[in-house]
Write a protein that binds this ligand. Structure first.
Ligand code: FE2
Length: 135
């Protein structure tokens, strides 16, 4: 069983975003596996860099949509993104110094933040778009 299992309840109803979230969870599972199997720092670091890059990519996709749909909670949502980006960039910096320690606690943080963000903040945006499109 993967570390995080994708569930249909995670869907925000916006295909582009949902597809990216599936990929994000896949990368997170790979990171967990790399760490868990006790693979070398290089593999764990590579996986972490992929997670940072893809997270930034996913956030920028969402943020473009906020502008496109004139989403009123854009600033608030972007602030949440920034906090998470700061956190994973700290991990990236540690990895760069060769002393990355991905504890269970850190993995749980990454997982919980992502799932909670999808279920709360991202779904809220999905609902906003749906309501707007229904007119
Ligand atoms: Fe988001």
């Amino acid at each position: 069983m993967p570390y995080i299992e994708w569930r249909t309840t995670y869907e925000v109803g916006f295909k582009l975003i949902d597809d990216q979230h599936v990929k994000l969870i896949t990368i997170m599972n790979e990171l967990y596996d790399a760490q868990h199997r006790g693979t070398g720092q290089m593999i764990v670091t590579k996986s972490l860099l992929e997670l940072v890059d893809y997270t930034v990519y996913n956030f920028s996709t969402e943020e473009k949509l906020f502008t496109q749909y004139e989403y009123p909670k854009k600033i608030q949502h972007m602030k949440e993104h920034q906090e998470f980006v700061d956190k994973i960039n700290d991990l990236k910096a540690e990895a760069g110094k060769g002393n990355l320690l991905l504890s269970i606690k850190t993995m749980e943080y990454l997982k919980d933040w992502t799932i909670n963000h999808i279920l709360g903040t991202d779904k809220e945006f999905g609902e906003f778009v749906r309501e707007r499109e229904l007119g």
